[in-house]
Write a protein that binds this ligand. Structure first.
Ligand SMILES: [Zn+2]
Ligand SMILES: [Zn+2]
Length: 238
């Protein structure tokens, strides 16, 4: 059984944590600003996390990298498996140098960071496949599908409605998805797009995320049984 904890379900401009998820206390999907603090508040030590997947390189998806790298190096918890697009290594390193100019070199030397830029890979018992999604001018932006026994659990990352998101909805049992706005744009999906997907793919449960406050309010009025509006900290066992 896969345990997915919603670390954050909000957009940047809300009291909710920025969109991210933790799987089995060991895999993090996106590491936005504040993630280490958010994990501590939920009683989770960031040291337990060995696998970090980054959907795309906007600040609200990776800006806690310096704090995560630093704590890992200080406590001799040295293995970090990073799954992201290939510019990730340069971006993470320059962010670390910006945050901690005097210790960045030592931190990078002592950590054992394994970068994986593949489209298909395995983490623990999960087969993972990544998919390109549309997110305005931000390229590449990725979604991921985890296969666990007979279940498929997807994470869209930030995205507009596009062919690959529709495909993910068609095969997943759960899809943790961007639903930032009431009406979708070329950068983010909205209630209109998610409702259409949920009505078409009734076997998939859509756990919405990256929500603006007004979207969260409006979602309460939507009575579609396979759309789930999570709270930060909510646990899904699939
Ligand atoms: Zn983004
Ligand atoms: Zn975002």
């Amino acid at each position: 059984m896969m345990k997915i904890k919603v670390i954050g379900s909000g957009s940047m401009w809300t009291k909710y944590n920025s969109a991210s998820y933790m799987i089995d206390n060991n895999i993090l999907i996106d590491i936005p600003n504040g993630t280490c603090k958010n994990l501590y508040r939920m009683g989770i030590n960031p040291l337990t996390i060995e696998n970090v997947m980054i959907t795309h390189f906007h600040g609200d998806h990776y800006f806690d990298i310096p704090f995560y790298f630093l704590i890992k190096s200080k406590h001799n918890s040295l293995t970090v498996n990073m799954y992201c697009s290939k510019e990730g290594k340069r971006k993470n390193n320059s962010l670390l140098k910006l945050a901690f100019p005097n210790s960045a070199k030592d931190v990078l030397e002592c950590l054992n960071i394994n970068y994986c830029f593949k489209d298909k890979f395995q983490i623990n018992d999960y087969q993972v496949q990544r998919y390109l999604v549309e997110h305005g001018r931000m390229k590449p932006a990725y979604g991921y599908i985890f296969t666990n026994d007979d279940k498929k659990i997807g994470f869209t990352g930030d995205c507009a409605i596009c062919e690959n998101v529709e495909y993910m909805a068609s095969i997943c049992d759960y899809l943790f998805c961007d639903c930032m706005f009431v009406v979708g744009t070329e950068k983010h999906m909205g209630i209109d797009k998610i409702s259409a997907l949920a009505n078409k793919y009734v076997n998939c449960k859509f756990v919405v995320s990256h929500l603006e406050d007004v979207t969260r309010e409006e979602l309460k009025k939507v009575k579609i049984p396979n759309i789930i509006v999570p709270e930060d900290g909510e646990l899904f066992e699939v």
